[in-house]
Design a binder for this molecule. Structure first.
Ligand code: C2E
Ligand code: CA
Ligand code: CA
Ligand code: CA
Length: 275
């Protein structure tokens, strides 16, 4: 029994080791990728639920490492947040997303994800202003996606930054809605332009009545508070049909298209216009 325990301990210990090693490796390689400029952006369309017209594209980070292969932002963003690398990555994403999208039709917005740490940094507002100005981009074409975790830091800073960005005319979307901080009071306190219903609710929608009821209530909540509402992770035609009936405004998911290169998105826009 003793030997067994020791083995188990050793096993646990070495798996921790592997996790720590992977983390360190990613941390080092990420710093290198940032300085070499080998990160990429992909774009995933959001369509108007009723007309099918593309109204927005979400910029999503891609990192294809020469040795390690593609590494998911779900893995490297948290590491970038911990190490502070998020500041330079975030600045690059914002500038690059605006630079690429400035040539899209005026009715097509670009959505950029902001981590909480990035949002709380004092440099954010001037950075957004400068990036818009440098590219002569209309502020209303930029949408910033923030998550509920940000609102747990109910510092006056968050409120002030949200207000300042709102005054600039930049749109703010609340991402992964329903998965985080569960108090709804912040919806009254802060002005959001859009709620994005997390894909976990969308995939539950057809499998049980409660799932459908939740999506229905979120859509109604958004409308009552005069916000737009988008569904994330829409994968089937029947989900789309249901969301249309419920009055959801925008649709994003593999059913419409997977995230794609900037060039592919331009081509996608051209075919979308044609029909
Ligand atoms: P997110 O902001 O919730 O982005 C949506 C994720 O869902 C993306 O994963 C997208 O590829 C995926 N997705 C879209 N449609 C479908 C679908 O129909 N089915 C399924 N199963 N998945 C779908 P991705 O690109 O791996 O990004 C993961 C997360 O990494 C993002 O979640 C976001 O939190 C973060 N992230 C990505 N890019 C950035 C960035 O530039 N800055 C920051 N701060 N975070 C980012
Ligand atoms: Ca997002
Ligand atoms: Ca999301
Ligand atoms: Ca998510």
């Amino acid at each position: 029994a003793k030997a067994d325990g020791r083995n188990r301990f050793r096993y646990f210990d070495s798996s921790l080791d592997a996790t720590a090693r992977r983390r360190n490796l990613i941390e080092q390689e990420l710093a290198l990728a940032v300085s070499l400029g080998t990160l990429d952006l992909s774009f995933q369309p959001l369509i108007d639920a009723q007309s099918g017209t593309v109204v927005c594209a979400e910029a999503l980070l891609r990192w294809n490492h020469t040795r390690l292969g593609p590494i998911s932002p779900a893995e490297f963003i948290p590491i970038a947040e911990e190490t502070g690398l998020i500041t330079s990555i975030g600045a690059w994403v914002l500038r690059e997303a605006i630079r690429i999208s400035k040539d899209w039709p005026d009715h097509v917005r670009v959505a950029v994800n902001l981590s909480s740490r990035q949002f709380l940094s004092p440099g954010l507002v001037p950075m957004v202003e400068n990036a818009l100005k440098a590219n002569a981009m209309r502020p209303g074409r930029l949408e910033l996606e923030v998550t509920e975790s940000l609102l747990m830091n109910s510092t006056p800073g968050v409120e002030h930054t949200l207000k300042t960005l709102g005054k600039l005319g930049v749109r703010i979307a609340l991402d992964d809605f329903g998965t985080g901080f569960s108090s709804l009071s912040y919806l009254r306190r802060f002005r959001f332009d859009k709620l994005k219903i997390d894909q976990s609710f969308i995939s539950d929608m057809e499998t049980n009545d409660d799932g459908r009821a939740i999506v229905e209530s979120v859509i109604r909540l958004a409308k009552d508070l005069r916000m737009s509402v988008a569904a994330e992770g829409v994968e089937t035609q029947s989900q789309l049909t249901m969301l249309r009936q419920l009055g959801c405004c925008e649709i994003q998911g593999y059913l419409v298209a997977k995230p794609m290169s900037a060039e592919a998105f331009t081509a996608f826009l051209a075919t979308n216009d044609a029909d």
